[in-house]
Design a protein around this ligand. Structure first.
Ligand code: SF4
Length: 68
């Protein structure tokens, strides 16, 4: 879909929503910074919640998960 343009997507465009699956949440996505309850995302504008997800989710490389 969209490329990796920094803050190139609104939440609506990214289909940002509450996560149903704990393995597909912002706090385990490689684009969230910092990886916490609240933070920002490299792709999606606005405040990002760790418990949410979106269409652009990409998993972290295994070793790095939860390194807050
Ligand atoms: S799931 Fe989407 S909104 Fe959440 S950190 Fe990843 S790319 Fe950003």
């Amino acid at each position: 879909m969209a490329g990796e343009k920094v803050w190139g997507l609104s939440k609506a465009e990214a289909k940002y929503r509450p996560a149903q699956n704990p393995n597909v949440r912002c706090d385990v996505c490689k684009y969230m910074l910092p990886r916490a309850n609240l933070g920002t995302c490299k792709l999606v504008r606005g405040v990002i919640r760790g418990q949410d997800t979106c269409h652009e989710f990409r998993p972290l490389p295994k070793r790095a998960s939860k390194a807050v």
